[in-house]
Design a binder for this molecule. Sequence first.
Ligand SMILES: *[C@@H]1O[C@H](CO)[C@@H](O)[C@H](O)[C@H]1NC(C)=O
Ligand SMILES: *[C@@H]1O[C@H](CO)[C@@H](O)[C@H](O)[C@H]1NC(C)=O
Ligand SMILES: *[C@@H]1O[C@H](CO)[C@@H](O)[C@H](O)[C@H]1NC(C)=O
Ligand SMILES: *[C@@H]1O[C@H](CO)[C@@H](O)[C@H](O)[C@H]1NC(C)=O
Ligand SMILES: *[C@@H]1O[C@H](CO)[C@@H](O)[C@H](O)[C@H]1NC(C)=O
Length: 949
Amino acid sequence: MVATSWLLLIGLAAAAIAGVLQARAQPDNIGFISIDCGLPGTANSVDDATKLSYAPDAAFTDAGSNQNISVEYVTSTLAKRYLNVRSFPDGARNCYTLRSLVAGLKYLLRAEFRYGNYDGLNRPPIFDLYAGVNFWSRVNVSSPETVHRLEAIVVVPDEYVHVCLVNTGSGTPFISVLELRPLKSSLYPQANATQGLVLFARINFGHTNATDIVRYPDDPRDRLWLPLFDATLWDVMSTTDRVQNLNNDKFEAPSKVMQTAIIPRNASNNITFFWGSTPQPRDPTPGYIVIMHFSELHLLTGNAVREFFLETNDVVWRSSLGFRPDYLLSDAFYTTAPLPAAARYTVNINATANSTLPPFINAVEVYSVISTANAATDSSDVSAITAIKAKYRVKKNWAGDPCGPKTFAWDGLTCSYGISSHSRITGVNISFSGLDGDISSSFANLKAVQYLDLSHNNLTGSIPDALSQLPSLTVLDFTSNQLSGSIPIGLLKRIQDGSLTLRYGNNPNLCTNADSCKPPKGKSKLSIYIAVPVVLVLVIVSGVALFFLFMRRKKQGSTSTKNTVRPQNEPPMSYAPAPLPPGDVHEQSSLHLENRRFTYKELEMITNNFQHVLGRGGFGKVYNGFLEDGTQVAVKLRSQSSNQGVKEFLSEAQILTRIHHKNLVSMIGYCKDGQYMALVYEYMSEGTLRQQIAGNGRHGKRLTWRQRLRISLDSAQGLEYLHKGCNPPLIHRDVKATNILLNAKLEAKIADFGLSKVFNHDDETRISMNTLVGTPGYVDPEYQATVQPTTKSDVYSFGVVLLELVTGRQAILSDPDPTSIIQWVRRRLARGNIEDVVDTRMHGEYDVNSVWKVADIALKCTMQAPVQRPTMTDVVAQLQECLELEEGHRTGGGRRGSFYTGSNSDFDLGYNAYTTDSQSTDVSQTSIAFEMDHNFGKTSRMGGGPVAR
Ligand SMILES: *[C@@H]1O[C@H](CO)[C@@H](O)[C@H](O)[C@H]1NC(C)=O
Ligand SMILES: *[C@@H]1O[C@H](CO)[C@@H](O)[C@H](O)[C@H]1NC(C)=O
Ligand SMILES: *[C@@H]1O[C@H](CO)[C@@H](O)[C@H](O)[C@H]1NC(C)=O
Ligand SMILES: *[C@@H]1O[C@H](CO)[C@@H](O)[C@H](O)[C@H]1NC(C)=O
Ligand SMILES: *[C@@H]1O[C@H](CO)[C@@H](O)[C@H](O)[C@H]1NC(C)=O
């Protein structure tokens, strides 16, 4: 008890620390994340100039180590955040995770690197930087004292973004500062979900103080505007009045930047500047996007005109008209696509002949583009695997995105990579990894996982039943752990229906045999909690055992009954029931824990004295009911006068205990109490397909074509499972629209297995039944003739159901004489007009090709000769194609929904003119040492300038 409390306290303390760290790893109240990488301790460092608070980085990364730069690189003006770095000597990829973002929003990411010889090697490294799963830039730290700065504008697809440093074999990656700033989505329209902008230069022209970088709070977005002024070429034009932005400004250049501009020193000269192309490892000839900011700063009077042309690499922007920027309003002229690749990019601004004043410019931004089309891992997979990583403190290369990029996928994970869709985690192998504690519930949140290997660890506790809900899971390996408890019922079901292989050998405390599931001894409360479920399981087991004793009264006695699951060591096998002899479903040899046995009294309670009838059939009536826990159920009670006998009842009960599929109605329990017999099913709120087709569904709505397609695909899958997935396989023998039930989500499930028969794969034609069963209108003529059912008889009946779905009519029509729907459709389709047969209540809202195809499938299914009919597997595949056709139709491929707009940009060569709004500014200065990066140069040439008048 004492020990427990201590553990609890430690746990709480750990949670509290994690909470604090988590809280720090989030944006501050203006949405900024500012990280001083390598800063030890928990206290933030506050920048003198911006007053922004930089957090230590421990909450953002779990790798690397803190290092201080060498003393010789510490200067009096150096901002505190450059005094230390985090370096990552281990692992190919190391990442920071920035959380609590808004998925789909645009952010500015900035990383800074000041080497400062922190490692004493005097060798600045070269490494790569990634924004999420997408390559951002190569980091080439050329000199130890300069701040190497990288900035990107990206749309962040998730609520978090990773910034990753990748070792390229040219030195240890390190980082000094990492910043994130939110941007309005309307800003920088060139950045979108699949394309990011990487900053090449952002210049504030005409600011004469060469060390004064304009940033936050002058720029509320905290972009860094570097001053550029060359007094030999240019004169300053400036104002102290505020420069406004318009409401729909796409760039929101800050007033402080716009308040200064340059004009040529010699009024007749042009303004010219250029930059050289800077090849990147992934992009040897990057194109550049240019954004130029203009605001007239002098109030022009009288005849004064200031008008100019813009040119990039001798291409004139909007050549027919000169630009005349507005007074004290921020204007931006920009390219929407990168300029054509060139070795050197020259911008030339020259006055037009009409201009009386020299040209000018206030600021320029130049970006290259990166693809951000690589999709990150599905965010629910990420949170699940992140929780798993945290719980077991997994020590692997588990950093950044789990799946992407492929080369850096986490060790032990396998992923599926879709085109422009999120990657999914499909396999997890953390065997031999020293995991301890219980099995994390987060495994059950890896919804796409197929393969889960936790073998050879020290896992304790029980196996969570939630794992059985993983739809794609096929292999689950717990071999060699310390697990206890029993195998959960849901997993047993999955094992039985053959959809799962479970390996759990060498777990000495795991209860795999009902007899060995003794309640543990001891008097603590804890053991009571364990004992209760064990007792429950025992009760259920014995109930079910009685049931099967009862059912085995007629058995041939050859198969041994094993009411246990055997632990399997090597070789691992999946657990499946032994095949039954053909023609007799009364043989039963597998374990059934899942079905509950009800007494008649209980049924009375559940159905409130059989008050509410849901429907009726040959067997008797079906009643509405509620279990103790509120689960709604349907209770099918055999009436005394039923022509469906005990045999059918038992047959259905047995089949339903054995088979489980999402498209087969599932049984919750049964009652065999004196002369009373009943089956308790899951409740299917939308009733039968027949009711829905007739428009008598609960909501009286007509099914849409798409819903009809889904329903036909669901039911086809259910039948396919009976024919192919079940062992031994089954023929339903009574497929019809009243035996297809729909739940609240309109998912279809096949019901009523009272007439179903087991058959033998190899010899299916030899099953001989002496009575013909089925429903008029649905019965295969071949079966009618031979009284030998085959799977093709079900295919035939299913074809009739498809025709009902297409036409909205019943299997037998009065036309005016009774006519089979098959003849009716064949006759009308012979005229080649599908509209003649399609249910008019769909109001033509369907893809004609898709309806044709379904009609065609239906007619193939109802061919006279069984060999000409497709198998249910073919039918499933073809219906899937129909659904795709219909979905294509809905997204604009069909008659509706597609439209074209005339181009209104005929004269726009990709260059747009734009006008832009503003915020008040305060003067603030920073003390960043910086270099004039990137070969961004300037020249001024002589030539025929405007004539001043
Ligand atoms: C992003 O912009 C590029 C270039 O204009 C374009 O090709 C791409 O389709 C856009 N992506 C999205 C998701 O809009
Ligand atoms: C110059 O002014 C003349 C007369 O106003 C006008 O026709 C012409 O289009 C202008 N040229 C430019 C380049 O704006
Ligand atoms: C230039 O800016 C720096 C940093 O903002 C500041 O310390 C310095 O005083 C400024 N110099 C002048 C001449 O204004
Ligand atoms: C100004 O630009 C125009 C157009 O490119 C060019 O023809 C002219 O020579 C330039 N003038 C000077 C002085 O460089
Ligand atoms: C400015 O450039 C345009 C386009 O090249 C050219 O037609 C015009 O003559 C130039 N103006 C001057 C004054 O050089």
